[in-house]
Design a protein around this ligand. Structure first.
Ligand code: DGJ
Length: 734
């Protein structure tokens, strides 16, 4: 007996001895949790002063327990810490894809980043900021990591600030904003690609071991082929209501790069930031290099919750005036293109009033004299009203609009120049082009060098002059139709700064505009949705998702945008595109910020009557669409009838839009559609709205159901080949 006890005791001591280093490491490791309402992102400082990311998932009720994360997370210990460094340096012990790569002033390429300190600051109610200082033990080189957490919305913004005090410039070859590490059995990426009029096309695939890079190198209209957003589901593709899913988005209106790496230990490493392509940055001693914030939102309840959280965050914290109102409008682009004069525009202003929308938006073609803007071949850069088309300038139009109680907005494309323009001849040095190579055009134009302060000043004054000379001007559409070819600046000494300094220059101008005109609404446009990102949306109240306004296509395009951006930011116009009836076109445009781009004078009486009433109907529920919660009920990719619902925050009213998207074999809504987001205990009256004059709803009037019924059993909007789009209004019955 005694012998056995001795053996056990010895074995116990031996086990304790073997486990000792591990226990010591555990005891000494310090965890830094960044917590939001449902999640936690946890950093760990190891004994060797490395900072690793050990967890990003549903939060534990006791934060003290994160320190016990072991097992599959054992790679957090120093000997394998390269898998999950919170900011992976290169050239020392880390051999995986780096977040940062540098060449020091003395030519050395190695970097190690060790923990120095960290602080947490309460920024405002519900918003806190963690900063973690890291330093190279050999070089006077520092990186501070920032994690700004929005508690209620489950959003975390991450960025880094890089600084050094070496005896000369340090070359930054890679400079990510964020370096995440997640743990799952498998990872399912939903990425997006596109082109002009084909924005936001989704692709879902399982990530395999190795690196998948999503990036752009186009410079200005940077997102033409790929937007700076993606989502990854963990373990299986998530649905609207189930599964763990992470959304990622970069606040940057230029080249970006996302590396998604499934590493040898099956972690998902995400390294996100500005693209380092052709952009090695030479950093002076004492200069700060701040990377743009990378946003993540994580949900364990599927894509629907993640996007509602992100939309809430955007309205409250990021989108310009996200919690206020928007102007409905009539735009003249599709109805006139470049062919208009003062009289035609004055008639359109009258039509705007007749239609009942808030604003008339004058699009491209109003400027240029020596080189009139009568097509997209000439005039860009010469921002004086064309004397032939507008003999009394923009002013007389603004005056006319004001007289008719209509607001007036104007189109500009201030970063661009046509070779056929006075600006091109006056300031060749302001243009991005290679000095010794032939010019190469995109939409017959070139890009101005926004890294040059003189160009920044010029662009600022385009806006400022228009506003100063026309105090009644209330809206801008800011377009950007070119990519950057032949990237070369005659201003910059270091050409590899161009892509980054361009965007910084653009933001300087927008900051200046917002300082003087904090609330003027501005639409972000880039030949459609070529520049939609949360960096730009800090300055813009809304964006133009696509020039493709065929409502059938738009259902799909708007569906995909809605994962990331709230409806209040999404400009949708009723145009002549597509074969769908006017009602269908209007219903689709109502799922966002409504506008029209049709010739009102060509509408027959019934169409006009319908449009006028639709504007009033929209006014009656627009706040639910703009500020409520969005639920994607039926996916157009997998159903014959697509359906989207908006519910106000008090759950007392809602709007449901349903469309026939597949018309084969007499398809339609055979089954009820289950609503979401209602209060099960409340009763709701359902009414079909926005009917075309002379048509009657096929639905029984005054039907009342409990929220429980509508969410469990559902409601059939009776969409079919005769009723291809149906809008329902839900109102609580007390
Ligand atoms: C591209 C935009 O997407 C259109 O809406 C229109 O403004 C044209 N540019 C004007 O040139």
């Amino acid at each position: 007996m005694k012998r056995r006890t001795r053996i056990f005791r010895r074995a116990g001591l031996l086990a304790a001895f073997l486990l000792l280093p591990f226990l010591v490491l555990q005891a000494k490791a310090q965890t830094i949790p960044v917590e939001t309402a449902h999640n936690a992102l946890v950093l760990q400082v190891t004994q060797g002063k490395n900072v690793n990311m050990i967890y990003y998932g549903k939060k534990l009720s006791s934060p003290g327990e994160y320190v016990q994360i072991t097992g599959e997370y054992r790679q957090t210990q120093d000997y394998t810490g390269m898998y999950n460094a919170a900011y992976t340096p290169s050239g020392s012990r880390n051999l995986l894809e780096p977040a940062i790569t540098v060449t020091h002033a003395d030519g050395n390429n190695s970097l190690a980043l060790k923990y120095v300190s960290h602080q947490v600051k309460q920024v405002s109610k519900g918003v806190s900021l963690l900063s973690v200082q890291l330093k190279d033990p050999v070089y006077d080189f520092e990186v501070t990591l920032y994690y700004k957490s929005y508690f209620k919305e489950d959003v975390i913004e991450q960025w880094s600030v890089i600084e050094h005090h070496e005896k000369g410039n340090v070359e930054l070859h890679k400079f990510a904003s964020a370096n995440l590490c997640l743990k799952g059995k498998s990872y399912w990426l939903r990425q997006f690609h596109g082109d002009w009029a084909r924005e936001m096309q989704p692709e879902v695939s399982e990530l395999t071991h190795g690196i998948k890079t999503l990036d752009t190198k186009l410079g200005t209209r940077a997102d033409l082929f790929q937007p700076p957003v993606f989502m990854v589901s963990l373990n299986q593709p998530s649905t609207e209501d189930e599964g763990e899913v992470l959304y990622g988005a970069l606040e940057w209106s230029g080249n970006f790069r996302f590396d998604l790496e499934v590493d040898p230990q099956n972690n998902l490493r995400i390294i996100a930031g500005m693209n380092n392509y052709a952009s090695t940055y030479s950093l002076k001693p004492g200069e700060e290099f701040k990377t743009p914030p990378f946003i993540t939102v994580l949900s364990s309840k599927g894509k629907g919750e993640a996007s509602r959280q992100l939309q809430d965050w955007a309205r409250k914290y990021q989108l310009m005036d996200g919690e206020s109102s928007r102007l409905t409008l009539l735009n003249n682009w599709e109805s006139t293109f470049f062919d208009f004069d003062e009289n035609k525009l004055k008639a359109l202003i009258k039509d705007t009033r007749k239609l009942g929308v808030d604003l008339f938006l004058l699009d491209d073609g109003w400027f240029g004299n020596k080189y009139p803007r009568n097509s997209d071949h000439a005039g860009l850069g010469d921002w004086q009203a064309n004397k032939k088309k507008l003999p009394d300038g923009v002013f007389s139009l603004v005056k006319e609009a004001t007289k008719d109680s209509v607001k007036f907005g104007i189109w500009i494309e201030p970063e661009m120049v046509n070779p056929k323009s006075e600006l091109y001849h006056q300031h060749p040095d302001w243009i991005i082009k290679q000095p010794a190579r032939p010019e190469y055009y995109f939409r017959n134009q070139l890009v101005l060098d926004m890294s040059n302060p003189k160009v920044q000043d010029f662009v600022y004054h385009i806006v400022d002059n228009l506003l100063t000379k026309n105090p009644g001007l209330t809206y801008f559409k800011w377009d950007c139709n070119s990519v950057i070819y032949n990237a070369h600046s005659s201003y910059l000494g270091n050409q590899s700064h161009l892509y980054i300094d361009y965007v910084r220059g653009l933001y300087k101008v927008l900051d200046r505009i917002r300082k003087k005109y904090p609330h003027i609404p501005m639409m972000l446009c880039s030949g459609g949705g070529g520049r939609v990102d949360y960096g730009a949306l800090k300055y813009f109240t809304e964006f133009w998702p696509s020039d493709n306004t065929d409502p059938l296509e738009r259902i799909f395009i708007q569906w995909e945008y809605s994962y990331f951006y709230p409806a209040i930011a999404t400009s949708n116009h009723v145009t002549a595109w597509g074969k769908q009836p006017l009602k269908f076109r209007t219903d689709v445009a109502m799922m966002g910020k409504l506008g029209f781009d049709i010739d009102i004078s060509h509408l027959n009486d019934k169409d006009l009557q319908f449009c006028r009433k639709a504007v009033k109907t929209y006014d009656s529920f627009k706040n639910i669409v703009w500020h409520g919660d969005q639920y994607r009920l039926a996916d157009p990719f997998t159903n014959d009838v697509a359906s989207v619902m908006y519910v106000d925050k008090t759950k007392s009213s809602g709007v449901v839009f349903s469309y026939l998207v597949n018309n084969r074999f007499g398809k339609g809504s055979k089954l009820p559609i289950r609503f979401k987001g209602l209060d099960a205990s409340k009763k709701y009256r359902i009414e079909e709205i926005n009917l075309y004059p002379g048509t009657k709803s096929t639905l029984k009037a005054n039907q009342v159901f409990s929220g429980d019924f509508l969410m469990q059993i559902g409601f059939n909007p009776d969409v079919n080949a005769q009723r291809t789009s149906v809008v329902l209004k839900l109102e609580e019955v007390k």
